[in-house]
Design a protein around this ligand. Structure first.
Ligand code: GMT
Length: 380
């Protein structure tokens, strides 16, 4: 099938999922066209089955805001026509589903019927999407999608509660491709990061407020008072600088490494013992799943879809948002006994297998088939 994928090309979870999905579809023989404003960061080399089309938004002095949706929908129409694309899959409702619907409408004028799948990822619903300034348009674009998928049951329920959704929502969880994680790197050099007796705790995110970065530092501060440990912070975002200052204030700056964005998170997770995800809201928690696939136990909040990934007492522990005292206690419980730590790590790995790409990809292919078959009956 010829599939166009629209996503954010950045390090955010939705962009990562869209990119990995596109790569996997291409490996299965589909022709995949990424359409976005920049080559997705997780996308490596392009080939016969993987194409990238950049959306350009020309600057004009009159515009206070560049009309990205307009440029995107034009690009979609042109690319779909040029390559005979059969299906459009947009990741993150805002503004992709809206632009996708416009493209679908324009193409219909030329008797081209293209089904649109919208995958909801989280903040497009729980934070941004429900804002009264966006809600009407987001509801409209969800209802005009031919298939709507959400990355967790929790996100599905929240979408149904917040929006007046007429269409059914299929839950297709996020996935990992563990063939990409070797975990036996000959260069998994833990000694570069920490001393032998130190445990390594990791956090990976885009350092936005919703991730509760101060809680990550606070939990680590409590843990390192009881056992030798290092904290590795991976990612960039608005909350990073404040976290650096918080570490200085607490006098733990020599125990915390801020690595910035990385395309090699498996190398970092390879020497990590514990992953922290104390988020305010999290529709799924892809970073936690990636940690688990690399045999890393998880201490997290119990918000949103995280309980669908991190199993309490099995792969790690879950606490109420903001309960840093309990999260630190749970982290210590896992870390202070080597045999117990090993058990949590193994469990994390085992549970992550449920989310193997081989199990999830056919679910997407199924909805593609369904949407394609009913393309003439779709909503316009
Ligand atoms: O919050 C992020 O890390 C980025 C955001 C995005 O849309 O790029 O992530 C959301 O989508 C991910 C992939 O489906 C989920 O794993 C994250 O839980 C979700 N983030 C939130 O709900 C806050």
């Amino acid at each position: 099938m010829k599939i166009a994928i629209v996503c954010y090309p950045t390090f955010g979870g939705s962009g990562v999922v869209a990119t990995e999905l596109g790569i996997a579809l291409a490996e299965r023989g589909h022709e995949v066209h990424f359409i976005t404003y920049q080559q997705p960061v997780r996308l490596g080399l392009l080939n016969n089955n993987i194409h990238f089309h950049e959306v350009h938004v020309p600057k004009y002095p009159l515009f206070q805001y560049q009309p990205y949706e307009l440029a995107l929908s034009s690009k979609l129409v042109d690319t779909i026509k040029q390559y005979g694309i059969e299906l459009l899959h947009v990741h993150y409702a805002i503004p992709h589903a809206y632009a996708g619907y416009m493209a679908k409408k324009m193409l219909k004028e030329e008797d081209i019927y293209i089904p649109m799948i919208t995958t909801l990822h989280g903040t497009d619903i729980t934070l941004v999407g429900k804002h009264p300034f966006y809600k009407t348009a987001v509801t409209f674009s969800i209802n005009k999608s031919d298939v709507v998928t959400s990355v967790s049951e929790d996100l599905k329920q929240k979408t149904l509660a917040i929006f007046d959704v007429e269409s059914d929502i299929e839950v297709i969880p996020n996935f990992i491709d563990s063939s990409k994680y070797h975990n036996g790197f000959t260069d998994c050099q833990r000694s570069l990061m920490a001393k032998d007796d130190e445990k390594i705790i990791t956090h990976i995110s885009n350092f936005r407020e919703v991730k509760r970065i101060p809680d990550v530092v606070d939990i680590f501060y409590r843990v390192q008072q009881k056992l030798p440990a290092k904290l590795i912070m991976v990612g960039e975002g608005p909350a990073k600088e404040k976290a650096e200052r918080q570490c200085e204030r607490l006098g733990i700056e020599d125990k915390v490494l801020f690595l910035g964005n990385s395309n090699e998170i498996d190398r970092i997770l390879c020497f990590s013992d514990l992953f922290l995800l104390p988020s305010e809201t999290e529709s799924f928690g892809l970073a936690a799943l990636e940690a688990m696939a690399n045999k890393v136990a998880v201490v997290s909040s119990n918000t949103g879809g995280i309980p669908e990934v991190n199993e309490h007492g099995v792969t790690g522990f879950l606490s109420d948002v903001g309960n840093v005292e309990e999260m630190a206690k749970n982290a210590l419980y896992i870390l202070e006994d080597d045999a117990r730590l090993e058990e949590f790590k193994e469990n994390a790995f085992k549970v992550s297998k449920k989310f193997q790409i081989q199990n999830i990809l056919p679910l997407y292919e199924e909805v593609y088939e369904k949407a394609y078959k009913s393309r003439y009956r779709n909503s316009y």
